[in-house]
Design a protein around this ligand. Structure first.
Ligand code: MEV
Length: 340
């Protein structure tokens, strides 16, 4: 058996616009998905995923998605999770040139599903890593990232960026613009997460932004402005020694990153991907004195990320109607890794 784990992430800036070639900066956080894979003698795939929802589920099927049996768990949950696991299995079979390889797969995750913390990328990345190792074909993290991107794009009807999967595979803070993916040095950001207990459907939300863009050409300006925010923000996070930003004390740079996160949230809201509970958590964080706050990931429900070095935002979020859970997110430089 092979066990691999991969981290979730928060977007400091740039989700949605990154799908249209603008840059984005996600950071990996110390909440991980762990996938155990054991090769089988036949071509069946058996998946147990007790942590992906409170109910949990176990499914066994042969070969492809079409052969899946009906199971007594919410269809949307099975579709979402199984779609990514299926696509990860196909990528591992392809990488190892073993189209008939069968697996027993167990998924455990500390990352809520569809909540903007990169659960699907972490499961896909850890799944490809574990399955390829199990088949004796380990891949470098960059190739795991590339295959996980292709798997996500397939599940999301071709509409995905490389940001989530690259961040989960290599860890740390990363900058992604089109096919150009690289690590950046970010200061230790005081990130607080608020979670409304809900989830958004990434495919639907990405399609909603596309529809808005097709209806109103000026939505392009909104996406381009998000790109400008990212370009300004990255000089605060990781200034070149020659940049004037390098002279600014790090606490002040972090405070300005928060201001830009507020700006970014407003634009995401205008693109229709926020929600009442996400907005009320953002406002609770701002009123508690956070440097700034924004939704993270696809939106529609799920999580916000705020920057606050004090305990105030954490306390305020815990008393905010609509917020189910609030916690501090430790950034991690550990990307995908083998555990056993
Ligand atoms: C989802 O976590 C982030 C989006 O930008 C989609 C993507 O980048 O694939 C909304």
């Amino acid at each position: 058996m092979t066990v691999s784990s991969a981290p979730g992430k928060v977007y400091i800036f740039g989700e949605h616009a990154v799908v249209y070639g603008e840059p984005a900066i996600p950071c990996a956080i110390e909440r991980r998905a762990t996938v155990s894979v054991e090769a089988r003698d036949d071509d069946h795939v058996r998946v147990s995923a007790s942590d992906l929802s409170l109910d949990g589920f176990t499914v066994e099927y042969a070969g492809s998605t079409d052969d899946r049996p009906d199971v007594d768990v919410p269809a949307s949950l099975v579709e979402a999770a199984m779609g990514y696991i299926d696509a990860a299995v196909e990528q591992a079979r392809d990488a190892a040139d073993r189209p008939d390889a069968g697996f027993d797969i167990t998924v455990e995750s500390e990352i809520p599903l569809g909540a903007g913390l990169g659960s699907s990328a972490a499961v896909t990345v850890a799944g490809i890593d574990a399955a390829t190792r199990e088949l004796g074909q380990p891949l470098p993290p960059e190739e795991v990232a590339d295959r996980a991107y292709r798997a996500e794009a397939e599940v999301q009807n071709g509409q995905a960026s490389r940001a989530d999967t690259f961040c989960s595979a290599v860890g740390g803070a990363v900058r992604v613009e089109g096919d150009d993916c690289r690590s950046i040095e970010a200061p230790d950001l005081p990130i607080v997460i608020g979670f409304d207990g809900g989830a958004g459907d990434t495919g639907e939300l990405v399609a909603g932004v596309r529809a808005l863009k097709e209806q109103y050409s000026f939505a392009d300006d909104t996406l381009a402005t998000i790109g400008d925010i990212v370009r300004t923000g990255e000089r605060l996070l990781d200034p070149d020694p020659d940049d004037p930003e390098a002279e600014i004390p790090v606490e002040d740079r972090i405070a300005e990153v928060g201001q830009l996160m507020n700006f970014n949230h407003g634009l995401l809201e205008s693109l229709g991907v926020s929600s009442r509970s996400l907005d009320s958590m953002v406002w609770a964080a701002r009123e508690a004195g956070a440097h700034g706050a924004k939704l993270t990931g696809a939106g529609g429900g799920g999580c916000i990320a705020a920057l606050d070095p004090t305990p105030e935002t954490l306390t305020a979020l815990r008393f905010t109607p609509g917020c189910e859970e609030a916690f501090r997110a430790e950034l991690t430089t550990d990307g995908v890794r083998r555990l056993e």
